[in-house]
Design a protein around this ligand. Structure first.
Ligand SMILES: [Zn+2]
Length: 354
Protein backbone atom coordinates (compact mmCIF):
# COMPACT_ATOMS: atom_id res chain seq x y z
CA UNK A 1 0.00 0.00 0.00
CA UNK A 2 1.24 3.49 -0.84
CA UNK A 3 1.96 5.78 2.09
CA UNK A 4 -1.05 8.10 2.45
CA UNK A 5 -0.60 11.86 2.04
CA UNK A 6 -0.01 13.50 5.43
CA UNK A 7 -2.87 15.48 6.97
CA UNK A 8 -2.47 18.14 9.66
CA UNK A 9 -5.92 18.78 10.98
CA UNK A 10 -7.35 21.79 12.81
CA UNK A 11 -9.63 20.14 15.36
CA UNK A 12 -10.30 16.94 17.28
CA UNK A 13 -11.81 16.12 20.66
CA UNK A 14 -9.75 12.99 21.26
CA UNK A 15 -8.18 14.08 24.57
CA UNK A 16 -11.66 14.75 25.98
CA UNK A 17 -12.85 11.36 24.81
CA UNK A 18 -9.93 9.53 26.41
CA UNK A 19 -10.34 11.43 29.71
CA UNK A 20 -14.07 10.70 29.83
CA UNK A 21 -13.54 7.02 29.03
CA UNK A 22 -10.78 6.56 31.61
CA UNK A 23 -11.84 4.16 34.36
CA UNK A 24 -15.03 3.15 32.52
CA UNK A 25 -15.84 0.01 30.52
CA UNK A 26 -15.04 2.06 27.37
CA UNK A 27 -11.39 2.73 28.39
CA UNK A 28 -8.99 1.81 25.56
CA UNK A 29 -5.39 2.23 24.56
CA UNK A 30 -4.30 4.96 22.15
CA UNK A 31 -1.94 2.39 20.63
CA UNK A 32 -4.50 -0.30 19.77
CA UNK A 33 -6.80 -0.03 16.77
CA UNK A 34 -10.38 0.32 17.96
CA UNK A 35 -13.81 0.61 16.35
CA UNK A 36 -14.75 3.22 18.97
CA UNK A 37 -14.32 6.95 18.40
CA UNK A 38 -12.41 8.31 15.40
CA UNK A 39 -8.74 8.50 16.44
CA UNK A 40 -6.07 6.16 17.78
CA UNK A 41 -2.47 5.80 16.62
CA UNK A 42 -3.05 2.83 14.25
CA UNK A 43 -5.93 4.65 12.54
CA UNK A 44 -3.84 7.85 12.26
CA UNK A 45 -1.16 5.81 10.49
CA UNK A 46 -3.69 4.16 8.19
CA UNK A 47 -5.29 7.47 7.19
CA UNK A 48 -2.15 9.61 7.11
CA UNK A 49 -3.25 11.80 10.03
CA UNK A 50 0.15 13.22 10.89
CA UNK A 51 -0.94 15.71 13.51
CA UNK A 52 -3.30 18.47 14.45
CA UNK A 53 -4.70 20.79 17.02
CA UNK A 54 -5.82 18.59 19.91
CA UNK A 55 -8.63 20.46 21.64
CA UNK A 56 -9.15 20.60 25.36
CA UNK A 57 -12.84 21.19 25.88
CA UNK A 58 -14.52 21.21 29.28
CA UNK A 59 -18.12 19.99 29.08
CA UNK A 60 -20.77 21.71 31.19
CA UNK A 61 -21.54 19.59 34.27
CA UNK A 62 -18.30 17.64 34.19
CA UNK A 63 -19.68 15.31 36.90
CA UNK A 64 -22.53 13.98 34.73
CA UNK A 65 -22.79 10.44 33.35
CA UNK A 66 -21.03 10.62 29.96
CA UNK A 67 -21.84 7.05 29.02
CA UNK A 68 -25.38 8.24 28.19
CA UNK A 69 -25.98 9.41 24.62
CA UNK A 70 -25.19 13.11 24.18
CA UNK A 71 -28.24 15.25 23.52
CA UNK A 72 -27.25 18.53 21.82
CA UNK A 73 -30.68 20.01 22.62
CA UNK A 74 -30.28 19.60 26.40
CA UNK A 75 -29.76 23.11 27.91
CA UNK A 76 -27.63 21.53 30.68
CA UNK A 77 -24.91 21.04 28.03
CA UNK A 78 -24.61 24.82 27.67
CA UNK A 79 -24.46 25.77 31.37
CA UNK A 80 -21.59 28.08 32.37
CA UNK A 81 -18.50 26.39 33.82
CA UNK A 82 -16.58 27.46 36.92
CA UNK A 83 -12.92 28.41 36.30
CA UNK A 84 -11.40 26.15 38.97
CA UNK A 85 -13.41 23.18 37.69
CA UNK A 86 -12.37 23.96 34.10
CA UNK A 87 -8.68 24.33 34.95
CA UNK A 88 -8.72 21.06 36.86
CA UNK A 89 -10.40 19.24 33.97
CA UNK A 90 -7.97 20.84 31.48
CA UNK A 91 -5.06 19.57 33.60
CA UNK A 92 -6.49 16.05 33.23
CA UNK A 93 -6.45 16.45 29.41
CA UNK A 94 -2.86 17.75 29.39
CA UNK A 95 -1.87 14.87 31.65
CA UNK A 96 -3.54 12.45 29.23
CA UNK A 97 -1.57 13.95 26.29
CA UNK A 98 1.69 13.75 28.22
CA UNK A 99 1.10 10.13 29.30
CA UNK A 100 0.33 9.15 25.71
CA UNK A 101 3.49 10.98 24.54
CA UNK A 102 5.63 9.21 27.16
CA UNK A 103 4.20 5.77 26.47
CA UNK A 104 4.61 6.26 22.70
CA UNK A 105 8.41 6.08 22.74
CA UNK A 106 8.72 8.80 20.12
CA UNK A 107 5.64 7.94 18.06
CA UNK A 108 3.63 10.85 19.50
CA UNK A 109 5.09 14.29 20.22
CA UNK A 110 3.58 17.36 21.87
CA UNK A 111 4.89 20.11 19.58
CA UNK A 112 5.57 23.64 20.77
CA UNK A 113 6.76 25.14 17.47
CA UNK A 114 5.98 24.67 13.80
CA UNK A 115 9.55 23.47 13.38
CA UNK A 116 8.76 20.62 15.81
CA UNK A 117 5.58 19.84 13.86
CA UNK A 118 7.60 19.64 10.63
CA UNK A 119 10.19 17.38 12.26
CA UNK A 120 7.45 15.12 13.63
CA UNK A 121 5.74 14.77 10.26
CA UNK A 122 9.11 14.04 8.68
CA UNK A 123 9.93 11.42 11.33
CA UNK A 124 6.49 9.83 11.10
CA UNK A 125 5.44 10.70 14.66
CA UNK A 126 2.05 12.13 15.44
CA UNK A 127 2.34 15.90 16.05
CA UNK A 128 0.08 17.07 18.88
CA UNK A 129 -0.46 20.83 19.21
CA UNK A 130 -2.43 21.68 22.36
CA UNK A 131 -5.52 23.81 21.85
CA UNK A 132 -8.23 25.16 24.15
CA UNK A 133 -11.85 25.19 22.98
CA UNK A 134 -13.66 27.65 25.24
CA UNK A 135 -11.34 29.47 27.65
CA UNK A 136 -13.21 28.80 30.91
CA UNK A 137 -9.99 27.41 32.43
CA UNK A 138 -8.36 30.84 32.19
CA UNK A 139 -8.76 33.39 34.98
CA UNK A 140 -9.26 37.10 34.34
CA UNK A 141 -5.64 37.84 35.38
CA UNK A 142 -4.33 35.32 32.79
CA UNK A 143 -2.12 33.47 35.26
CA UNK A 144 -3.46 30.16 33.95
CA UNK A 145 -2.77 31.35 30.39
CA UNK A 146 0.94 31.64 31.25
CA UNK A 147 0.94 28.22 32.92
CA UNK A 148 -0.90 26.56 30.05
CA UNK A 149 1.38 28.22 27.50
CA UNK A 150 4.35 26.78 29.38
CA UNK A 151 2.67 23.36 29.16
CA UNK A 152 2.46 23.69 25.37
CA UNK A 153 -0.80 25.56 24.65
CA UNK A 154 -0.46 27.18 21.19
CA UNK A 155 -4.04 27.99 20.13
CA UNK A 156 -7.22 28.99 21.87
CA UNK A 157 -10.88 29.63 21.09
CA UNK A 158 -12.13 32.22 23.61
CA UNK A 159 -15.56 30.66 23.67
CA UNK A 160 -17.48 27.45 22.89
CA UNK A 161 -21.21 27.63 22.13
CA UNK A 162 -21.94 28.99 25.61
CA UNK A 163 -21.31 32.26 27.40
CA UNK A 164 -18.22 32.89 29.51
CA UNK A 165 -16.32 35.89 30.91
CA UNK A 166 -14.68 36.53 27.52
CA UNK A 167 -17.44 36.26 24.92
CA UNK A 168 -20.71 34.75 23.72
CA UNK A 169 -20.83 31.64 21.54
CA UNK A 170 -23.14 30.72 18.69
CA UNK A 171 -25.89 28.16 19.34
CA UNK A 172 -26.05 24.98 17.24
CA UNK A 173 -28.97 26.54 15.35
CA UNK A 174 -30.14 25.91 11.78
CA UNK A 175 -31.01 27.84 9.76
CA UNK A 176 -29.61 30.76 11.68
CA UNK A 177 -27.31 33.74 11.46
CA UNK A 178 -24.19 33.71 13.65
CA UNK A 179 -25.10 37.27 14.69
CA UNK A 180 -26.92 36.39 17.89
CA UNK A 181 -25.62 38.44 20.78
CA UNK A 182 -23.00 40.78 22.20
CA UNK A 183 -19.33 40.69 21.23
CA UNK A 184 -16.19 40.29 23.34
CA UNK A 185 -16.20 41.60 26.89
CA UNK A 186 -13.33 43.86 28.00
CA UNK A 187 -11.72 40.77 29.50
CA UNK A 188 -12.17 39.03 26.13
CA UNK A 189 -10.37 41.88 24.35
CA UNK A 190 -7.56 41.65 26.91
CA UNK A 191 -7.38 37.87 26.32
CA UNK A 192 -6.88 38.39 22.58
CA UNK A 193 -4.03 40.83 23.28
CA UNK A 194 -2.43 38.46 25.80
CA UNK A 195 -2.60 35.61 23.25
CA UNK A 196 -1.03 37.85 20.57
CA UNK A 197 1.80 38.57 22.98
CA UNK A 198 2.45 34.87 23.61
CA UNK A 199 2.03 33.77 19.98
CA UNK A 200 -1.09 31.76 20.84
CA UNK A 201 -3.39 31.54 17.81
CA UNK A 202 -6.93 32.85 18.40
CA UNK A 203 -9.57 30.48 17.04
CA UNK A 204 -12.82 32.06 15.83
CA UNK A 205 -14.89 28.86 15.60
CA UNK A 206 -17.94 28.93 17.96
CA UNK A 207 -17.64 32.71 18.42
CA UNK A 208 -20.68 34.78 17.42
CA UNK A 209 -20.43 37.40 14.69
CA UNK A 210 -19.95 40.49 16.90
CA UNK A 211 -17.19 38.63 18.75
CA UNK A 212 -15.62 37.76 15.40
CA UNK A 213 -15.44 41.44 14.39
CA UNK A 214 -14.09 42.40 17.82
CA UNK A 215 -11.25 39.88 17.36
CA UNK A 216 -10.69 41.22 13.82
CA UNK A 217 -10.32 44.74 15.26
CA UNK A 218 -8.10 43.65 18.17
CA UNK A 219 -5.83 40.86 16.98
CA UNK A 220 -2.54 41.39 15.17
CA UNK A 221 -2.63 37.83 13.84
CA UNK A 222 -4.28 36.26 10.77
CA UNK A 223 -7.95 35.41 11.42
CA UNK A 224 -8.46 31.65 11.76
CA UNK A 225 -11.58 29.54 12.26
CA UNK A 226 -10.23 26.06 12.99
CA UNK A 227 -13.39 24.03 12.29
CA UNK A 228 -16.10 26.03 10.49
CA UNK A 229 -17.75 25.74 7.08
CA UNK A 230 -19.41 28.09 4.61
CA UNK A 231 -22.75 29.62 5.67
CA UNK A 232 -23.69 30.12 2.01
CA UNK A 233 -23.64 26.33 1.52
CA UNK A 234 -25.10 25.30 4.90
CA UNK A 235 -26.88 28.03 6.88
CA UNK A 236 -25.83 26.84 10.35
CA UNK A 237 -25.01 29.50 12.94
CA UNK A 238 -21.67 27.63 13.33
CA UNK A 239 -20.63 28.45 9.75
CA UNK A 240 -18.90 31.51 8.31
CA UNK A 241 -20.71 34.18 6.31
CA UNK A 242 -19.20 35.56 3.11
CA UNK A 243 -18.23 38.78 4.92
CA UNK A 244 -16.37 36.77 7.54
CA UNK A 245 -14.61 34.78 4.83
CA UNK A 246 -13.57 38.02 3.18
CA UNK A 247 -12.01 39.21 6.46
CA UNK A 248 -10.18 35.89 6.83
CA UNK A 249 -8.80 36.24 3.30
CA UNK A 250 -7.72 39.85 3.84
CA UNK A 251 -5.67 38.92 6.91
CA UNK A 252 -4.07 35.86 5.30
CA UNK A 253 -5.96 33.57 7.70
CA UNK A 254 -7.55 30.15 7.34
CA UNK A 255 -10.83 28.25 7.64
CA UNK A 256 -10.69 24.52 8.49
CA UNK A 257 -13.44 22.37 6.97
CA UNK A 258 -15.59 20.66 9.60
CA UNK A 259 -16.82 17.12 8.78
CA UNK A 260 -19.90 17.21 11.04
CA UNK A 261 -22.82 16.29 8.79
CA UNK A 262 -25.19 18.95 10.19
CA UNK A 263 -22.64 21.71 9.42
CA UNK A 264 -22.13 20.36 5.88
CA UNK A 265 -25.59 19.66 4.54
CA UNK A 266 -27.74 22.24 2.82
CA UNK A 267 -30.72 20.97 4.87
CA UNK A 268 -28.74 20.94 8.15
CA UNK A 269 -29.86 17.37 8.95
CA UNK A 270 -27.95 14.86 11.10
CA UNK A 271 -27.75 12.39 8.23
CA UNK A 272 -24.77 10.04 8.23
CA UNK A 273 -25.33 9.06 4.59
CA UNK A 274 -24.02 12.52 3.61
CA UNK A 275 -21.62 11.89 0.69
CA UNK A 276 -18.00 13.03 0.70
CA UNK A 277 -18.91 15.27 -2.24
CA UNK A 278 -20.69 17.54 0.26
CA UNK A 279 -17.33 18.16 1.96
CA UNK A 280 -15.82 18.77 -1.48
CA UNK A 281 -18.53 21.36 -2.14
CA UNK A 282 -17.55 23.37 0.96
CA UNK A 283 -13.89 23.02 0.02
CA UNK A 284 -14.52 24.35 -3.49
CA UNK A 285 -16.59 27.24 -2.14
CA UNK A 286 -13.97 28.13 0.48
CA UNK A 287 -11.17 27.98 -2.11
CA UNK A 288 -13.21 30.30 -4.35
CA UNK A 289 -13.72 32.81 -1.51
CA UNK A 290 -10.41 32.50 0.36
CA UNK A 291 -7.94 31.42 -2.29
CA UNK A 292 -5.86 28.24 -2.38
CA UNK A 293 -3.60 29.20 0.53
CA UNK A 294 -6.23 29.76 3.16
CA UNK A 295 -8.30 26.55 3.36
CA UNK A 296 -7.49 23.61 5.61
CA UNK A 297 -9.22 20.73 7.35
CA UNK A 298 -10.88 20.94 10.78
CA UNK A 299 -12.34 17.46 11.02
CA UNK A 300 -13.96 17.58 14.49
CA UNK A 301 -12.95 13.90 14.87
CA UNK A 302 -14.22 12.44 18.15
CA UNK A 303 -16.61 15.37 18.55
CA UNK A 304 -18.99 15.04 15.61
CA UNK A 305 -21.25 12.86 13.51
CA UNK A 306 -19.15 11.89 10.49
CA UNK A 307 -20.31 10.82 7.03
CA UNK A 308 -20.34 7.00 6.92
CA UNK A 309 -18.00 7.05 3.90
CA UNK A 310 -15.33 8.73 6.02
CA UNK A 311 -15.92 6.57 9.14
CA UNK A 312 -12.89 7.76 11.15
CA UNK A 313 -9.29 9.01 10.74
CA UNK A 314 -8.45 5.97 8.63
CA UNK A 315 -10.87 7.24 5.96
CA UNK A 316 -8.96 10.44 5.15
CA UNK A 317 -7.45 9.03 1.92
CA UNK A 318 -11.02 8.52 0.61
CA UNK A 319 -11.70 12.23 1.19
CA UNK A 320 -8.50 13.23 -0.61
CA UNK A 321 -9.56 10.95 -3.49
CA UNK A 322 -12.91 12.75 -3.57
CA UNK A 323 -10.96 16.03 -3.99
CA UNK A 324 -9.01 14.43 -6.87
CA UNK A 325 -12.20 13.18 -8.50
CA UNK A 326 -13.58 16.72 -8.35
CA UNK A 327 -10.55 17.97 -10.29
CA UNK A 328 -8.49 19.46 -7.44
CA UNK A 329 -4.78 19.36 -8.38
CA UNK A 330 -2.19 17.62 -6.19
CA UNK A 331 -0.66 20.92 -5.09
CA UNK A 332 -4.01 22.25 -3.89
CA UNK A 333 -4.77 18.97 -2.11
CA UNK A 334 -1.46 19.14 -0.24
CA UNK A 335 -2.16 22.72 0.75
CA UNK A 336 -5.58 21.80 2.11
CA UNK A 337 -4.29 18.62 3.75
CA UNK A 338 -1.45 20.19 5.76
CA UNK A 339 0.63 22.95 4.18
CA UNK A 340 -1.79 25.83 4.77
CA UNK A 341 -2.20 24.97 8.45
CA UNK A 342 1.56 24.91 9.07
CA UNK A 343 1.95 28.14 7.16
CA UNK A 344 -0.64 30.06 9.20
CA UNK A 345 0.66 28.63 12.49
CA UNK A 346 4.14 29.75 11.50
CA UNK A 347 2.98 33.27 10.74
CA UNK A 348 1.13 33.40 14.08
CA UNK A 349 4.13 32.21 16.07
CA UNK A 350 6.94 34.06 14.36
CA UNK A 351 5.56 37.48 13.44
CA UNK A 352 3.59 40.11 15.22
CA UNK A 353 1.79 41.21 12.12
CA UNK A 354 -0.36 40.00 9.31
ZN1 LIG B 1 -16.14 22.62 18.27
Amino acid sequence: MNKPLPVFDGHNDTLLKFVLEKGTAQERSFFTKSGAGHIDLPRCREGGLAGGLFAMFVPSNTGQDFSRPYNPADPANYAEVDQAVALNFTSAMIAMARKIERASEGQVRICRTVQEIRESIEAGSLAVSLHIEGAEAIDKDFNALETLHAAGLRSLGPVWSRKNIFADGVPMAFPSSPDNGPGLTDTGVALVKACNELGILIDLSHLNEKGFWDVARTSRHPLVASHSNAHAVCASARNLTDRQLEAIRETGGLAGINFHVAFLREDGRHDRTTPLETIVRHAAYLVEKLGENHVGLGSDFDGCVLPLDLKDASGLPRLLDAFRNAGFGEELIEKIAWRNWLDVLERTQTTDGR
